[in-house]
Design a protein. Structure first.
Ligand code: DON
Length: 409
């Protein structure tokens, strides 16, 4: 049987293909030469399965989609405090190339606009690194996100550098506030080269899936950045990734995302999927018109809005029953699924409400597949309290998700 997923992708691309509104970015002359009809979409699941339909092997420059990844590298290399001292996390509500510096400090509002991205680029690698080594770190890092060696498009880079007056002006302002501490032209050159890295839609889907997979590339298996860095990056993508359209995007699509002026667009839904689309015509915000349309469809067709989550807690207690008869009766509470705070609270309530009369209480985690630290602490606390109340508590935990000795049932 053929998977219905590529069929779904093909059908959705077909529906969106007739939208020829928008325009190619022309402030970078080389981008105005792109084929405006190109259209592709790819899904990369967090277990490494990848689907792609349309022009998913066509290379184009990554542009602003490099920003969340370079920000991730800066956070990983310099630490949160050093990066946050230089770049904020507030949405600017303005265009990507606005100056948008915080009054007083001169800190760029966020790392998704050019001012913040130029600064984030300057923070990649250890302190004191030279521009060449820093760019190498950027290429190595972004390549690890993609799972293959990425190359530059020298002509797009040269074309942008010839007209980079605005980014140079931004960089000079940043230098005047000591937000960047090096020669502004050198930093802009490095940032522009970063933006000129060539990617395909498939690469972008895997890069997004690496964010969705808590920082581990699901195809190569490599841990690229630590988990707390990913949380920070996805949060900033959610509030700032689509520039002055970020609010519309957050409400209507609801997937942390980032666009680029060459027509790429990525979205990363934590724990589920990385999505990428490619279509070069842009709207007034600099976001791909057909990309925005495709993401709207994907989100509503597949229920991908981050605020739409199942009521996991209600289903955590699978059963609560007594096996055998006194004096050998055992109270068995069977748990299932993924257990987080609300699920653990449900278990606690089940135990306290039941107030088991039986001496022996068995907590069966056979059907539970994951538990986070908070829920683990809560369950261990309920075990401790039951024990203090005089119960004999045993755990059936074949996968060791509570990370305590497995009961022999
Ligand atoms: O700095 C610039 O203007 C470009 N290299 C990148 C801008 C961009 O991709 C904006 N996103 N939609």
């Amino acid at each position: 049987m053929q998977s219905p997923i590529p069929d779904y992708l093909a059908e959705t691309l077909g529906d969106i293909a007739s939208d020829t509104s928008g325009a190619l970015a022309d402030y970078i002359p080389e981008l105005a030469a792109a084929d405006p009809e190109r259209l592709g979409a790819a899904f990369a699941m967090v277990d490494g399965a990848v689907y792609g339909v349309g022009d998913v092997d066509t290379e184009f420059t990554i542009q602003s989609i490099s920003k969340p990844f370079a920000y991730a590298l800066a956070l990983a290399d310099r630490g949160f405090d050093a990066v946050l001292a230089k770049v904020g996390v507030e949405p600017s509500g303005e265009a990507f190339n606005e100056l948008s510096l915080e009054g007083g400090t001169g800190r760029p509002l966020n790392p998704m606009i050019n001012a913040g991205a130029i600064t984030a680029h300057s923070l990649v690698g250890p302190e004191g690194i030279d521009a060449t080594a820093r760019l190498e770190r950027v290429v190595d890092g972004l390549s690890a996100f993609a799972g293959r060696r990425l190359m530059f498009d020298d002509s797009v880079c040269a074309s942008e550098l010839e007209h980079a007056h605005r980014n140079l002006a931004i960089a000079h302002m940043l230098r005047s506030y000591n937000v960047i501490t090096e020669d502004p032209a050198t930093v802009v050159e490095g940032y522009t080269r970063q933006c000129s890295l060539l990617v395909t839609t498939l690469d972008l889907a895997v890069m997004a899936a690496t964010l969705a997979n808590h920082g581990v590339n699901p195809v190569s298996g490599e841990r690229v950045v630590p988990e707390p860095v990913v949380r920070q990056v996805l949060s900033v993508m959610f509030s700032c990734g689509m520039y002055d359209a970020a609010g519309d995007w957050a409400t209507q699509v609801g997937i942390p995302a980032k666009s680029g002026v060459a027509g790429g667009l990525i979205g990363a839904l934590p724990g589920q999927i990385g999505i990428a689309t490619f279509s070069p015509r842009l709207d007034v915000h600099g976001n791909s018109v057909r990309g925005v349309g495709l993401f709207g469809r994907f989100s509503s067709d597949m229920g991908l809005h981050v605020m739409e989550v199942p009521a996991a807690s209600r289903a955590v207690v699978r059963s609560n029953h007594v096996v055998g008869e006194e004096p050998d009766a055992v109270r068995v509470i069977q748990l299932q699924g993924g257990i987080r705070f609300a699920g653990a609270e449900r278990v606690i309530r089940e135990v306290t409400d039941t107030a088991p009369a039986e001496h022996h209480v068995k907590l069966d985690l056979t059907m539970a597949y994951s538990i986070d630290d908070v829920a683990r602490r809560m369950l261990l606390e309920i075990v401790r309290r039951l024990t203090l109340d005089g119960h004999e508590v045993s755990l059936i935990d074949p996968e060791g998700i509570l990370a305590v000795p497995i009961s022999s049932a």
